[in-house]
Design a protein around this ligand. Sequence first.
Ligand code: PMV
Length: 320
Amino acid sequence: MKLSLKFFAKAPGKIIITGEHFVVHGSLAVAAAIDKGALVEAEAFEDIEIVSKALGSFSSKKGEVPLSLKPTLEAIRATLEFIGEKKGVKVIIDSDLPVSSGLGSSSAVAVATVTATSSALNHELSPEEIVNLAMISERITHGKPSGIDVNVAVYGGVILFKMGEKPKQIELNKDVEFLVCHSGIERRTSEMISKFSKMKKSYPNLFTSLVSSSSYFTEMAASALVNKDLTTLGYIMNFFHAVLSNLGMSTKELDHIVEKTLESGCIGAKLTGAGGGGCIIALPKSGEARIVAELLKRKGIDASIVKLPLEGVKVWREKI
Ligand code: PMV
């Protein structure tokens, strides 16, 4: 029996704790890796072949790439070119992240694909190289993303991020638990980014000032995370939700879930990611995550618990 060598890469999804949207305009933002993500299996192959339950299939022998796989295909082509490889690769993509929901599904897929592809062809990329190659895929999907999702998928943990800079790890002294609640509504990040950016034209001075405020509150949130000062962190989250909601990034459903999490005893809650649907995050008091999740379930809201910090992309090989 012939054994084949397969490479696996797993990259996490993310939550944005503060600074989404403002980060695209230069603000600091805090994001954290979560325990859901994308798993990509890769092996050296004569052509390029992509198989994904959620996104469809593609073979370079048969032509036409479906729109849903174009970002992945371009990331693979860029990776092969970067490592100077003439061979192809076969990748199988699996993910337990809901798509178009603000949990960084496309970034997790891009990061895991680039990492598994290079490893299958015996090439180890640096974290910066993985970020740059995965961003090729992200720009096709989202237009002009800040790169926060890709960075958190690569580095993991809890990061303090500024566009164009290497992220800083926020070292937590103790675990912090968040709740993630999904509204069940999908939306396009690129549309939300351009809707948000419209304010810049109408009120440029207020907009610039808000970007600075976002950085200021984000730095406070980062210190609050280090010190496990949940009260300060929760208040900052509520403030961000109110501002983002006022700027048209929330929906009735997201506002409703935020309200219910606070009613159930959380200190803070806000939309996470681009908004317009997708998910919210909520911060329960220390040790109360399970009780609050149970209370929310009785109110018809599904909440999963995320315990931070969690690791970034991992790669391993198996003889199959
Ligand atoms: O689509 P999401 O939810 O992962 O949004 C990413 C966060 C934004 O700040 C809205 C966009 C960006 O690129 O930073």
